[in-house]
Design a protein around this ligand. Structure first.
Ligand SMILES: *Cc1c(COP(=O)(O)O)cnc(C)c1O
Length: 518
C-alpha cells in the first residue's frame, strides 16, 4: 500500500455516516508524514549529473541511499501549510492557559524584529559594527531595572526556567563566597514545577511550605522552617492561585533575618507591571518571562527569554556577557576577569535571545510607562470579570477577588461523572484552547484561567457563555458526551500517559500500521 492509502484507510477515515471518501473533513486534511509521501526519485530541484570525480574519502563514501523522502516542492509546501493550519494559537482565538500569559503579540514588534539592522547581524561580528544592537540590549536592561527597581539584570537566560537556574546559581555562588554551605530551599506547594526542579538541579534540597486556607503562603509555617541551613525561599507573586501574597514584605524580612536569599518567580509579572516594583518587596532576584509579560511569541510561536533582575548582593555573579558603555561606545565583557571576575561565566551561547529583546523593547516603548500600568490593570480586570461571571456556575477555589488569573476547583463537577480533563476536552470542541488544568496542585482538579488584557469584552462574553453552558450540561447528566470529547478534532482523545511515556519519535517503514493496530 502506498503511504497515502495507508493513511486513508488506517488512521484518518471517520467511521459511519461521518466518513468521507478521502478521510478528510473539509479543511481538516489528513496529513501523512513526509516520509510516508516518499516517491523514489521525486525531487524539488533539477540538477545536472555531477562530473565523475575521484573522492578523497578513502573508501568511507556513502554506499546506500541517504533515506530522505523524495518529494516535490508543492508537496512540501502543502504539508507544512496544512500542519500550520492544525495549530491553535493566540492568532486564532482566546487562549486561556493560566500562568502562561497568552496575550496578543503586536505586529509592530514583528516589524521591528525584522529590521535588517537587527535581523541580519551576526553575534560574532566585531562589536564596533553592531553598536545599535548592543545599545538595544542595554536599553531593554534599563527598562527592566526601572520596572523592577533592581540594580542589575542578567539578559542571557533563554526562558523562565533558565532564568531560575541563573538566579539560583547566583545564590549558590553568593553562599560559596560567604563560605556557607546552606542547602535547604523553601518552596510553596503551589509553586510551578520548575521551582523545585531548579533548586534540585543546583544541588539544594527542597522543603515544601503549605498554603493557608486563603491560598497564600502560611507565614507561621514558613517562619518555622527558617534556619541556618536555609539558602533561599522561592516564591511566586502573584502566586499560581492568581493571588497576591500580601505578607510578602514580612516574608522577605524573615528570610533575610535568617541569612537566606529571596528568589521570586516573576512569571506572573503581568499582574503587577507598572504598579509594583519587586525591589520594594525585598526580592533579591527574579526572572522575567519576556514571552509572557512583554508579549513575545511563545507556545510554539517562538523561543522564550528569561532575563533575571538581581540585587546588589548577587549582581557580581551574573553570567556573561555584561554590557558596559563608556565614551568609546558600547562593549560586551565576555571574560570572567576584571570587574566580572566573580561571574558564573556563560549560561548560553552569544548574548541572549536577540529577536525577543527587540520585540520586548518595541512592546515597552509602544506602550510607554502609562501603557504598561494599563496592561496590568486590564489584565486583572479581565480575570475578575471572568470570576464574577462564572462564580455561581463554577466553584472558585478561594474567596475574594483575584489578580490576573482565576482559579476554580472541581467541586462544581461533583457527582456529575465529568472530570476537569473531560471539561477541558469539551472546550476543544468549542474551539478554545483549554485552560490550565490540575495545576496548581493545592486545590483538587484545578482549572486555572488567564484571559489577559488583550481580549475584548465581546470575546470574554463568548468564552463565558461557552464555559457556563458546558458546566450546565455537565450538571444535567451528560457525562457520556464529555467522555467522548473532543469529537471534532483530527484525532480524538489520546492516551496521554502512553504519549508521554512511550513517545514514538522516530519514523520507521511500516511502523504506523503496527501502532494503529495496537
Ligand atoms: C511559565 C512559568 C515558568 C517557566 O517559564 P518558561 O519560560 O516556560 O521556562 C515558571 N514559573 C511560572 C509560575 C510560570 O508560569
Amino acid at each position: 500500500m502506498s503511504g497515502w492509502s495507508q493513511a486513508l484507510s488506517g488512521f484518518g477515515a471517520g467511521k459511519g455516516e461521518s466518513a468521507t471518501i478521502s478521510g478528510n473533513r473539509a479543511l481538516q486534511i489528513e496529513e501523512p508524514l513526509l516520509f510516508e509521501q516518499d516517491a523514489a526519485g521525486r525531487c524539488g530541484v533539477d540538477l545536472p549529473e555531477p562530473p565523475a570525480v575521484s573522492d578523497r574519502l578513502g573508501g568511507l563514501g556513502r554506499k546506500g541511499p541517504i533515506g530522505l523522502p523524495g518529494l516535490s516542492e508543492p508537496q512540501v509546501v502543502r504539508h507544512y501549510t496544512r500542519l500550520s493550519q492544525k495549530n491553535y494559537s493566540i492568532d486564532t482565538g482566546l487562549y486561556p492557559l493560566g500562568s502562561c500569559t497568552m496575550k496578543h503579540n503586536p505586529r509592530l514588534n514583528e516589524k521591528m524584529a525584522r529590521l535588517p539592522g537587527f535581523a541580519d547581524v551576526h553575534p560574532l561580528q566585531p562589536q564596533s559594527t553592531v553598536q545599535g544592537a548592543i545599545e538595544l540590549i542595554d536599553l531593554l536592561a534599563h527598562w527592566l531595572k526601572t520596572l523592577t527597581g533592581m540594580p542589575a539584570v542578567a539578559m542571557s537566560p533563554a526562558a523562565g526556567a533558565h532564568g531560575e537556574l541563573c538566579g539560583m546559581m547566583c545564590i549558590r555562588a553568593a553562599l560559596d563566597a560567604r563560605g556557607e554551605s546552606r542547602r535547604r530551599v523553601l518552596v510553596p506547594e503551589s509553586a510551578h514545577g520548575t521551582n523545585p526542579a531548579t533548586a534540585a538541579a543546583c544541588g539544594f534540597t527542597v522543603d515544601p511550605i503549605p498554603a493557608d486556607a486563603r491560598g497564600r503562603v502560611d507565614l507561621a509555617a514558613m517562619k518555622a522552617k527558617l534556619g541556618p541551613d536555609v539558602a533561599a525561599l522561592m516564591l511566586t507573586n502573584p502566586n499560581t492561585c492568581g493571588l497576591f501574597e500580601g505578607e510578602i514584605v514580612e516574608i522577605a524580612r524573615a528570610v533575610h533575618e535568617a541569612g537566606a536569599y529571596f528568589y521570586c518567580d516573576g512569571a506572573n509579572f503581568n499582574a503587577i507591571v507598572g504598579r509594583v516594583r519587586p525591589a520594594d518587596l525585598g526580592i533579591d532576584c527574579m526572572h522575567i518571562n519576556l514571552h509572557k509579560t512583554f508579549s513575545t511569541p511563545h507556545g510554539g510561536g517562538g523561543p522564550g527569554s528569561g532575563p533575571v533582575v538581581l540585587a546588589e548582593s548577587l549582581a557580581r555573579f551574573a553570567p556573561l556577557p555584561w554590557v558596559v558603555h563608556d565614551e568609546n561606545g558600547f562593549r560586551l565583557i565576555e571574560e570572567a576577569e576584571g570587574p566580572a571576575a566573580e561571574s558564573l561565566g556563560r549560561l548560553k551561547g552569544n548574548h541572549g535571545q536577540m529577536g525577543m529583546f527587540v520585540r520586548a523593547l518595541s512592546y515597552m516603548m509602544s506602550h510607554g510607562s502609562d501603557g504598561l500600568r494599563q496592561v496590568s490593570s486590564d489584565a486583572v480586570l479581565s480575570a475578575n470579570y471572568l470570576l464574577a461571571a462564572l462564580q455561581d456556575e463554577l466553584t472558585p477555589a478561594f474567596p475574594g477577588p483575584s489578580m490576573h488569573e482565576v482559579l476554580f476547583d472541581d467541586r462544581f463537577l461533583k457527582d456529575t461523572g465529568v472530570t476537569t480533563l473531560d471539561f477541558a476536552k469539551a472546550l476543544i470542541d468549542e474551539g478554545y484552547h483549554p485552560m490550565t488544568m490540575y495545576f496548581p496542585l493545592v486545590v483538587h482538579g484545578a482549572l486555572l484561567m488567564e484571559p489577559t488584557e488583550t481580549e475584548s469584552k465581546d470575546s470574554l462574553d463568548r468564552f463565558i457563555a461557552v464555559v457556563r453552558g458546558l458546566a450546565q450540561r455537565a450538571k444535567a447528566g451528560t457525562a457520556e458526551a464529555f467522555h467522548e470529547a473532543p469529537r471534532f478534532t483530527p484525532r480524538r482523545r489520546l492516551d496521554e500517559t502512553a504519549a508521554a511515556r512511550k513517545p514514538i519519535l522516530r519514523w520507521r517503514p511500516g511502523e504506523r500500521e503496527k501502532v494503529a493496530a495496537e
